[in-house]
Design a protein around this ligand. Sequence first.
Ligand code: ZN
Length: 203
Amino acid sequence: MTSETPGSLKPMNSSSSSKLSSSQAVSENFLKALDFAARKHRDQRRKDPEQTPYINHPIAVAHILWIEAGVSDEAVLMAALLHDTVEDTETTFEEIEQQFGQSVKEIVAEVTDDKSLPKAVRKQQQIDHAASLSDRAKLIKLADKTANLRNVAVSPPDGWSVTRIDDYVEWGKAVIDQIRGTHAKLESLFDQAYAQGKQATKT
Ligand code: ZN
């Protein structure tokens, strides 16, 4: 490294490190959920040209909830990290309950599709079931669809036509339209992602 300026190796002073540890309510449970999800999804990649590691998606969902929308409910943030583990990996609901408790397991269960059903049925069920989700599951749903629409807008899966992108964006909106009135900030973030997705079908 030739660009280092004199003083850059100065050890971090004790006042700044103690400030770091006391200024944030760091959650041990949140980190455990992140570690669990990272291990479960470790072999999965998105189907975008960059083959983004799958774990970036649950992290993005938690980021939208916590950092962008100010949701601080720990169970919701943990469920955000875990929300695709049962649907997309060998993880069981029993495992989630054992490690993270019943309320986290229940939120994850609410947002997990039944993969034994054909895809078209699952997609319709998401629309039909959205309104009856608990408030916590609705928050995950809002952030999940926002993250998904941002992804297809910026970097759609390989081989997706404009029509397929548009269908996906409209389906996301059809789900979210069932749960409006849940969280104004998350809904406005979703609407921005929807606009971004629509824009991507016009370029
Ligand atoms: Zn998801």
